[in-house]
Design a protein around this ligand. Structure first.
Ligand SMILES: Cc1cc2nc3c(=O)[nH]c(=O)nc-3n(C[C@H](O)[C@H](O)[C@H](O)COP(=O)(O)OP(=O)(O)OC[C@H]3O[C@@H](n4cnc5c(N)ncnc54)[C@H](O)[C@@H]3O)c2cc1C
Length: 226
């Protein structure tokens, strides 16, 4: 980190820590609420749970019953396993927990030391996450223990969250076009960094569909072609 390349982002550095000049986090709930509102206003948002029987395949094209679209992009996370498409792609579950906890003071910095500790409002901290191969909920006790070791102050547990990430065999995103159906695409396998990687992957897929630009080989679905 002492490398000159990182000088512009480092505020302070010693053997124990690095403090960067800037950092931030995305309030995903808020972001999704506002995005939904934006697209609803434009009449471009429909809430709809489809299953196998809604899928119509004709002339190498896919349609979803009741919807007219030039292109269909599937971004349905781990539920992709339940839908009879993209069967050649191995998608695995990686479960995880995060927690909300209370501390009697606030911290300006985001702490990142295996887990992240983010002071989201007043004395409330969002702390996470754990990783577990599979879909079991192994609970939040380890996160709380780890956070207490880092903070070394009284931390009061408030709430736990559980989720299942969808991960690829090589732990990289899966972006691209179905091997047979010419109007079907996918973004999946975003693993533990879906919030950070989704904008990059969406941009790559958009440019592939609309401008015929290649998708990086590291994230391209074609790496699973046999
Ligand atoms: C505990 C935990 C902490 C995390 N922390 C971070 C982090 O700090 N930073 C980060 O970048 N990432 C983080 N992630 C990872 C991130 O949440 C995921 O990578 C991301 O949510 C994947 O997005 P996705 O859209 O591919 O799938 P999902 O978020 O799973 O979304 C899929 C959506 O498709 C819908 N769907 C499924 N089936 C159907 C169907 N048949 N019809 C209609 N809709 C359907 C689902 O309801 C869901 O809304 C974390 C994950 C967990 C579990």
């Amino acid at each position: 980190m002492s490398n000159v390349k990182f000088q512009s982002i480092i505020k302070e550095i010693d053997e124990k820590k690095v403090i960067t000049k800037k950092s931030g986090y995305l309030d995903v709930k808020k972001y999704l609420t506002h995005t939904r509102k934006y697209f609803k206003k434009k009449e471009r948002y429909h809430r709809y749970k489809f299953d196998d029987k809604d899928i119509i395949i004709e002339n190498n094209e896919i349609r979803l019953k009741g919807f007219q679209a030039k292109h269909i992009v599937m971004c349905i996370g781990i539920d992709q396993k339940k839908i009879n498409l993209f069967n050649k792609i191995d998608i695995n579950e990686v479960s995880g927990n995060s927690i909300l906890a209370e501390l009697n003071y606030s911290i300006k910095n985001i702490i990142n030391n295996k887990i992240s500790i983010v002071n989201t409002s007043k004395n409330i901290f969002h702390i996470g996450s754990s990783y577990n191969n599979g879909s079991d909920n192994i609970g939040h006790s380890k996160i709380l223990d780890d956070a207490r070791k880092i903070i070394k102050k009284k931390l009061i547990f408030k709430k736990s969250f559980f989720g299942i990430r969808s991960s690829s065999k090589d732990r990289r995103p899966i972006v691209g076009k179905h091997f047979q159906l010419k109007n079907l695409y996918i973004i999946n396998g975003l693993g533990s960094k879906g919030i950070s990687q989704a904008p990059y992957c969406s941009d790559k897929l958009f440019n592939y569909i609309e401008k015929n630009k290649q998708i990086d080989k590291e994230i391209n679905i074609n790496r699973f072609k046999t």
